[in-house]
Design a protein around this ligand. Structure first.
Ligand code: GLC
Length: 561
């Protein structure tokens, strides 16, 4: 049931990564639900419309909560269901919306369903919940096929019978501790309808759906060798970089574990579950799929409302590529009546304040660490990040922000090896650093222990010693700070209703410039080094100080049209 308002079409949605947002319980240097509830007013002040929480469910935390052992409870490290209810109430009192993460592709190996499957006979109903298969080779000693895990290493693990003899293999597209469910099984579908209703009944406004391109695997699980350039998070259809795949190229090869056509019947089903509820509940797909025209299938009118635009995220800071991806995005999403989304950072990618100044190729998920080539210059990264954000927030559609980007936080590159926790790091024997560098607890107060993250001074990943200037209280009210730039951009975005507007290209600015008009605002982004002459107009927002009538390099300006 919709009432015609459709808040999600233009919403700015702020991603909270619970373990790194705020440690309200003050126990272990890990963020929690109480910490979120306490700090929500800061997000109202920032000016966002909604929050999305990464998983806080019962979990052994082998993949930071994306390994769920109970979908309908809160892990004690984050609090209780009562803490969730208190947070949900506060979110809504403050006029925000609440989206939670749903992880349907796999469970934790500690989930009761998987434990029961392991304890049951081959061919049993319990085993049929997951993807158990006999091995190949003379004695089943080889995996059922050649698929690799997204985190590195084989996608199959062999089980051991209680008497110590080897048994069947099970599929895990991610870590060994994350067995894939079998979505061909109606029992699995029924469980997830119940899980959706559990959280909808508690008042959530929607779900961010993890690995929404992976649930259905091709019949027979055929062997597949991905092209050499694919990014690690699956790379969607092919590696997403460096070229943006044109919408016309719909025939790009599809791995047998991603983007199978029949996955859509699941989202049609969920769409109808959400329709049982009032209040415009939404589904947002985390689907690494290219081209955008194919991704748009996830947001057809009877499926999901939104899909993350990773093509946009992966576009280099170069005006021709930016113009192209914006065009392709608007074309693809508009063709199915959905809003485009825009995103620059999340918990799986190098923070854009560092990524946009990398000088060596860095496939998604590999991360950067002390030995990485092409490390970014911090000042350049921040300058480009501010310009890129100012461009993004002027685009029509819905935008996602990742906690800490409003502070201009860089990726933490020099984390000590022994502090790293991403399974990618372990599964590749340290060859890929993984995603910990964007997950370091965020700084609130320059002078407090752990920068105000929690009262104990502890933090589950070490915070850099030079983060005082990034702390929220050091930027609050300081004109020109990154925090104040975000606040101003969000206020103007609301005032001019840019999210519901359009983008009309303005020609004549040269190759290094992205220039368009969205309603009453003219947006000019200079991705090059040479200065650009500005038209006469009142400056509403500038990502850096402007020269007299001049737009410097790596700077974005909003002018009153
Ligand atoms: C998604 C999540 C990522 C997680 C993976 C497996 O891509 O964003 O953090 O590791 O799924 O659940």
């Amino acid at each position: 049931m919709t009432n015609g308002n459709e808040w999600w079409r233009s919403a700015v949605i702020y991603q909270i990564y619970p373990r790194s947002f705020s440690d309200g319980m003050g126990d272990d240097g890990l963020g929690d639900l109480a910490g979120i509830t306490e700090r929500l007013p800061a997000l109202v002040e920032l000016g966002v419309d909604a929050v999305w929480l990464s998983p806080f469910y019962t979990s052994p935390q082998k993949d930071a909560g994306y390994d769920v052992a109970d979908y309908c409870d809160v892990d004690p490290i984050f609090g209780t269901l009562a803490d969730f209810d208190a947070m949900e109430k506060r979110v809504h009192e403050l006029g925000l919306r609440l989206i939670v993460d749903l992880v349907p592709n796999h469970t934790s190996d500690q989930h009761r369903w998987f434990q029961e499957a392991l304890a049951s006979a081959e061919g049993s109903q319990e085993r049929a919940r997951y993807m158990f298969r006999d091995g190949t080779g003379d004695t089943g000693e080889l995996p059922p096929n050649n698929w690799d895990s997204v985190f590195g290493g084989p996608a199959w693990t062999r089980t051991i019978h209680p008497d110590g003899t080897p048994g069947q293999w099970y599929l895990h597209l991610f870590d060994t501790s994350q067995p894939d469910l079998d979505w061909e099984n109606p029992w699995v579908r029924e469980q997830f309808r119940d899980i959706l209703r559990f959280w909808l009944d508690r008042g959530v406004d929607g779900f961010r759906v993890d690995v929404a391109h992976g649930l259905i695997k091709a019949a027979g699980l055929p062997d597949y060798t991905p092209p050499a350039s694919g990014g690690s998070m699956g790379g969607g259809i092919v590696g997403l970089e460096p070229e943006i795949v044109a919408n016309a190229e719909l025939d790009t090869p599809t791995p047998p574990y991603w983007a199978q056509e029949r996955v859509h019947e699941i989202y049609r089903d969920w769409h109808s579950v959400l329709e049982e509820y009032d209040g415009e509940r939404v589904l947002c797909a985390e689907a690494w799929v290219e081209p955008l025209a194919k991704l748009a299938r996830w947001v057809r009118p009877d499926e999901m409302q939104q899909a993350f635009n990773f093509s946009y995220l992966e576009t280099p800071w170069e005006a021709p590529a930016m113009r192209k991806v914006i065009d392709l995005s608007l074309e693809a999403f508009t063709s199915v009546g959905a809003p485009s989304t825009w995103v620059l950072s999340n918990h799986d990618v190098v923070r854009h304040a560092s990524r946009l100044a990398l000088t060596a190729e860095n496939p998604q998920g590999h991360g950067i660490g002390p030995k990485s080539p092409g490390k970014p210059v911090r000042e350049l990264g921040l300058r480009r990040a501010r310009a890129a954000t100012a461009l993004m927030l002027a685009l029509p559609g819905s935008a996602y922000l990742y906690q800490g980007e409003e502070l201009g936080l860089p990726e933490v590159i020099d984390l000590p090896d022994e502090s790293r926790q991403d399974p990618t790091w372990f599964r590749t024997n340290g060859e890929r650093y993984g995603r910990d560098g964007c997950r370091v607890p965020i700084p609130w107060e320059a002078e407090a222990p752990s920068y105000g993250f929690g009262p104990t001074g502890k933090s589950w990943l070490p915070q850099p010693a030079d983060w005082e200037p990034y702390a929220r209280d050091a930027q609050r009210g300081v004109a020109g700070s990154t925090l104040e730039m975000y606040r101003l951009a969000l206020a103007i975005r609301t005032q001019h209703d840019l999210g519901m507007g359009g983008a009309e290209w303005l020609p004549g600015y040269g190759d290094d410039v992205v220039a368009f008009r969205n309603g009453g605002v003219t947006v000019i982004a200079n991705t090059g080094e040479a200065v650009v002459e500005l038209p006469i107009g009142q400056v509403l927002l500038a990502s850096e100080p402007l020269g007299d009538g001049i737009l410097p390099g790596d700077t974005t300006v909003w002018l009153r049209s």
